[in-house]
Each structure stands twice: as C-alpha cells, then as structure tokens.
Design a protein around this ligand. Structure first.
Ligand code: CTP
Ligand code: MG
Length: 231
C-alpha cells in the first residue's frame, strides 16, 4: 500500500485513483479545474471527501499537474499525490503506478465532487460480485440524432438501450492494467479501454449528482448545490 494512506480494517482494500491533472479548458478559468473553489473548498478536496465518506476502505491516489503536487498534498493530506500526464489516460496510469497492490481499483474524475456514497459502494459491490469492469450509467433523457458535418440530420437514434456513463469506474486490478496496456489514445474513459480488449463491462445505476463539472454552466449548478448538499 502506498505511503500516507489510512487503511480501515474490516474489508478488502480498494485503491481509488482520482485523475485531477486536466487544465479545465472548457471551464475557462485561470486555474486547473480541480483547484477551483466550490463554496470554500476546492473541487479536489470535495471529491476526496466524497471518497472517504463512501466508507469503502480505500487508499486514495490523486493525480495533479506537476507544478501543483505540493499544493495538492497539503490540500488532501490523506491522499498520495503524484504528477499526471498530457492525456487523462496517462494521468490514470501515473496513479495506477503508485497505488498499492489492491485487488480492486476505482478511477474517479476529480470533476465529479458530488458523487453519492451509494454509487461508490454499488461499483465496488459489483466488482466483488465478479464483474471485472463496472461503470455507473444513467438513462438518456434527450432525443438523440446523428448529424452530418453540414448540420443535416441523418437519423434519430433509439435512446432506450443507451446510457450516459459516469465515474467511479471499478475494475479488478488485472483488468485495469491490461486495459491500459493497449491505449491508442481514443477511448474517453477507462472502461472504453477495457472494452477494446474484450473485457465485459457491467453497468450499475449512476446518479444525477455524479455529474461532471465541465462547463461554466456546470460550475454554476455545482455552486448552487454545494449550499444544499451536506458535506
Ligand atoms: N484529467 C487528468 N489528466 C489529464 C486530463 C484530464 O487527470 N491530462 C482529469 C481531469 O482533471 C478531470 C478528469 O480527468 O478530473 C476528467 O477530464 P475533463 O472533465 O475533460 O477535465 P479537463 O481535461 O481538465 O477539462 P477540459 O477537457 O475542458 O480541458
Ligand atoms: Mg479533458
């Protein structure tokens, strides 16, 4: 297990990798997204608190921009903090590299600080039940259409079998390592890498509160929510 973590006895130890090394281009602020204030704490601090609140017996590994490692370590002293890479998947691999030899590894975007404890537990439980890769997903509410480059609608997609996928995504350690050994840079999530090498990915119920803060609109919602959600 990595130095600085605080194991709780009584269950299998899980590693939670939190990629937080992105720049937050779409948010458009002058600091990386994970370090943006959300009602008096950073998004990163709220995210780590959320993992600890989930009570899943986890060591937490946080991956941040190289010049912010010390700053982040002071913000989240219960976590191991390491520098990330240019792409999300590289940051995830940096986290995997320093994580302990746990059987279960969760990968959870820093940008989803309101993710309820129930979602973490559902993902861990599904991995424990035998699924090698597990993702939270939500039904899609909007009508979906495929559109060509000129803006012409090609067709309307049946949304019934579609799910919008969130994090935490959970894996057996061997599955996650195998998935990341074959990264050609196109998958937007870790489960996508697993799918490409033939690993079955299982969906559990996600939660609207696990939404990702991506745009200024999302941050506005988050700042309203932080007044309401007890933490
Ligand atoms: N991430 C990371 N390393 C990267 C890129 C992204 O650790 N090189 C992390 C982000 O910090 C975030 C998560 O992956 O917690 C999801 O990525 P996203 O929401 O796209 O965040 P950013 O890449 O920071 O935002 P943008 O794409 O708008 O620049
Ligand atoms: Mg990004």
């Amino acid at each position: 297990m990595a130095q600085g973590t605080k194991p709780i006895f009584g269950g299998p130890l899980t590693s939670v990798i939190i990629p937080a090394a992105g720049s937050g281009t779409r948010l458009g602020l002058d600091q990386p997204k994970a370090f943006v204030d959300l009602g008096g704490s950073t998004i990163l601090e709220r995210c780590v608190d959320g993992v600890l609140d989930a009570d899943i017996n986890a060591e937490v590994v946080v991956v941040v921009p190289a010049d912010l490692v010390e700053h982040a370590a002071a913000l989240v002293p219960s976590a191991v903090v390491v520098p990330g890479g240019a792409h999300r998947s590289e940051s995830v691999r940096a986290g995997i590299a320093v994580s302990g030899n746990t059987d279960i590894v969760l990968v959870h975007d820093a940008a989803r600080p309101f993710t309820p404890p129930r979602v973490f537990r559902a993902v861990v439980d599904a991995v424990l039940a035998g699924h090698r890769a597990v993702v939270p997903g939500l039904p899609v509410a909007d009508t979906l259409k495929r559109v060509d480059a000129s803006g012409r609608v090609l067709d309307t997609v049946d949304r019934e079998p579609l799910r919008a996928i969130q994090t935490p995504q959970g894996f057996t350690r061997d599955a996650l390592i195998a998935a990341h050994a074959d990264d050609s840079g196109l998958a937007t999530d870790d489960a996508g890498l697993a799918e490409r090498i033939g690993i079955d990915v299982h969906v559990v119920a996600g939660d609207p509160l696990a939404f990702k803060i991506t745009t200024p609109w999302d941050l506005r919602i988050a700042r309203d929510l932080v007044q309401e959600v007890a933490r």
